[in-house]
Write a protein that binds this ligand. Structure first.
Ligand code: RIB
Ligand code: CA
Length: 315
């Protein structure tokens, strides 16, 4: 079977980096482009990190398109401490390259590429959904031409920037709202309810370090800040890996139990960014607009992640 053409729209970000790296190591997907958005860092930062992550993996042939620097409400999204000032746990400089992004902006690229490849492209959103919302606003055909959208965002039972809001939906709630209401036929929302269950343990980090390659050392280094942040704030000795679950799910759908749901996003006020997840559309006459990731087979995920990237088990 020919590899699935994909685009990753992201805000690298340590876990965005893992999503890109997993995609690059799989024969089952063909990463056509990376689009960047402000989130874990300012747009200069996330764009530079995306370029350098591709260079680290010897894939500088994959184009990077710079996206929105501000949310739809024109606010600069607050960045995430868990990934350090440079978005890669303080190790962005360790992979510096002289690569440059494409002259075209991410929104124009997304509209052009998806509309020129109707029904073919799987798009991953692992940062705020600003670029995707702008593409939908700018092109009436974009939403119907997109084959599939897999989003890391939201949560039914928790939050990480407030008791009820997850960062990507909180950073640009209007964008998340508009994307989920756009009528895209195949949307999966993978939120904290499952991504919190696939963090990297200290033991796994040490085993990754022992693989002994430049890539494994990079992954060991960039996940330290997230581990320290989780220990400081939650007394949990694990490093977050939220975004990588989106690509893992495409590669092995049995990693997740996905339930049809009607998902709405609160766009302002006390619960700004909260995802209201109505499983089976019970309160919406059965009408559903997305699949909601309800549970995860963590062992299956770890097996896929480590055997795909390192070609060996890491228990
Ligand atoms: O809430 C987790 C999300 O916020 C992830 O995409 C992470 O990269 C941060 O952007
Ligand atoms: Ca991200």
């Amino acid at each position: 079977m020919s590899p699935e053409p994909i685009i990753i729209d992201c805000d690298p970000g340590c876990d965005d980096a893992l999503a890109i790296i997993l995609a690059l190591h799989s024969q089952e997907c063909d990463l056509k482009a990376v689009c960047t958005v402000a989130g874990n860092g300012a747009i200069d930062n996330t764009t530079c990190n995306a370029l350098n992550i591709l260079a680290l993996c010897d894939r500088s042939d994959i184009p990077v398109y710079r996206g929105c620097s501000r949310a739809l409400d024109n606010r600069q999204p607050a960045t995430v401490e868990a990934f350090g000032d440079d978005g890669l746990g303080g190790y962005a400089q360790s992979i510096a390259s002289d690569n440059h992004e494409q002259p075209k902006d991410a929104v124009a690229f997304l509209v052009e590429y998806v509309n020129n490849h109707p029904g073919e492209i799987t798009l991953f959103a692992t940062g705020p959904c600003t670029n995707i919302a702008c593409a939908i606003r700018n092109s009436a055909e974009f939403a119907t031409n997109l084959k599939r959208l897999i989003i890391m965002g939201g949560a039914k039972y928790t939050g990480n920037v407030s008791p009820v809001a997850e960062y990507n939906f909180w950073a640009d709630p209007q964008a998340a709202h508009e994307v989920l209401q756009a009528g895209i036929a195949n949307v999966t929302v993978i939120g904290l309810d499952v991504t919190n269950k696939i963090a990297l343990t200290c033991e796994m980090r040490e085993r990754i370090r022992l693989v002994g390659t430049r890539l494994s050392r990079f992954l060991y280094d960039i996940t330290r800040e997230g581990l320290d942040d989780n220990w400081r704030s939650r007394h949990k000795a694990v490093a977050p890996m939220h975004d990588v679950l989106t690509v893992a799910y495409m590669l092995d759908p049995d990693i997740l139990e996905v339930r049809p749901a009607n998902i709405e996003v609160v766009v302002d006020g006390l619960a700004k960014g909260q995802s209201i997840i109505d499983i089976d559309g019970h309160w919406h006459e059965g009408e559903c607009n997305a699949g909601y990731a309800a549970s995860v087979d963590a062992d299956r995920f770890y097996h896929l992640l480590f055997t795909t990237i390192f070609d060996e088990e890491i228990e």
